[in-house]
Design a protein around this ligand. Structure first.
Ligand code: NAP
Length: 288
């Protein structure tokens, strides 16, 4: 079988052209979407992610603030900073970059973000809205995967989708989005015995385990659409996904590469969520 590589970078670029038009429309109404990214300490991988997000904002006409708090910051200082941003009319999206120091409660942090500015979709209200089928902010990575599938005209309805990973950030919201599109969804975790017997059932396989090259050709159903969310830094410094890309060529019908697959879509969806938030703020102002 000829495997088609899904070019996430190209699809994200295309989507971002559409987003520029929405920013121009907002600008005509006197609104510039704004995103604040807060991080605590200097985690090298986080610094790269944040730099890419801030750069994408600049290219997309979005105002941004990059707030780097020292690693001596305590949780109440972070919560205070979030409350300031909650009340800042220039800011339509607040993102707290993970990981946080281990002493912090991620739950308390997410609950402090105004749910109307929660562009990561981690606030319990937004999690609940997604779970009940009325999504407001959807976490950027699973949203990006759904856009990839849509772009590739892969309709999940009636298909068996298998999601490897059950994190709140990727696996769980991914499964909910596929379920909402009427896929039959199986969610695997680290205690799933014989992972291959599950993944071989998948017509759509989404892997978000954080384990380099976990999924090989022998674990993929011939003709499956394979979406690799994983980003893992190998000992030689190279990036690898959770899927053994080379191995699945010839078995999968389509596969996303790492890098250049899901990653660029995550950033595009962050811009999308920030713009959507600014659009909602404008509509609310007009209605008031
Ligand atoms: P996470 O919080 O560590 O969760 C990993 C999940 O995978 C857990 O639910 C874990 O199960 C499960 N798992 C681990 N090993 C497994 C195995 N052998 N078989 C089945 N399930 C297994 O990670 P995450 O935040 O979801 O991220 C996952 C990966 O995606 C990472 O590589 C991360 O860097 C990447 N990522 C990429 C993007 C992007 O933009 N492309 C965005 C976010 C994350 P348990 O719950 O049982 O431990």
């Amino acid at each position: 079988m000829q495997t088609r590589t899904i070019d996430g970078s190209a699809i994200a670029r295309e989507l971002r052209v559409g987003l520029l038009k929405r920013v121009a429309t907002l600008s005509a109404s006197g609104i510039r979407p704004g995103l604040a990214v807060i991080r605590v300490g200097n985690h090298p991988a986080s610094s790269v992610y944040v730099r890419n997000k801030i750069k994408a904002c600049g290219e997309g006409g979005i105002y941004s603030q990059d707030l780097q708090l020292p690693d001596t910051t305590d949780e109440s200082t972070l919560l205070g900073q979030i409350r300031i941003l909650n009340n800042d009319p220039r800011i339509h999206g607040i993102l707290v970059q993970l990981p946080l120091p281990s002493a912090f409660s991620a739950e308390r942090v997410f609950e402090t973000i105004n749910p109307l500015k929660d562009v990561d979709g981690f606030h319990p209200t937004n999690v609940g809205l997604l779970a009940t089928g009325h999504p407001r902010f959807v976490p950027c990575t699973p949203l990006g995967v759904m856009k990839l599938l849509e772009h590739e005209r892969v309709d999940p309805e009636g298909r068996h989708a298998v999601v490897v990973g059950r994190s709140n950030i990727v696996g769980k919201p991914m499964a909910l989005l596929l379920l909402q599109k009427s896929a039959t969804v199986t969610i695997c975790n680290s205690k799933t015995p014989d992972l291959g017997s599950m993944t071989r059932e998948a017509e759509i396989l989404v892997v978000a385990a954080g384990k380099p090259k976990l999924v090989t050709a022998a674990m993929v159903r011939p003709g499956a659409v394979v979406i690799d969310v994983g980003i893992n830094r190998l000992a030689d410094g190279k990036l690898a996904g959770d899927v053994d890309y080379e191995s699945v060529l010839g078995t999968a019908a389509r596969v996303t590469p790492v890098p250049g697959g899901v990653g660029p879509m995550t950033i595009a969806m962050l811009l999308e969520n920030t713009i959507a938030s600014a659009e909602r703020a404008l509509a609310a102002n007009r209605a008031a």
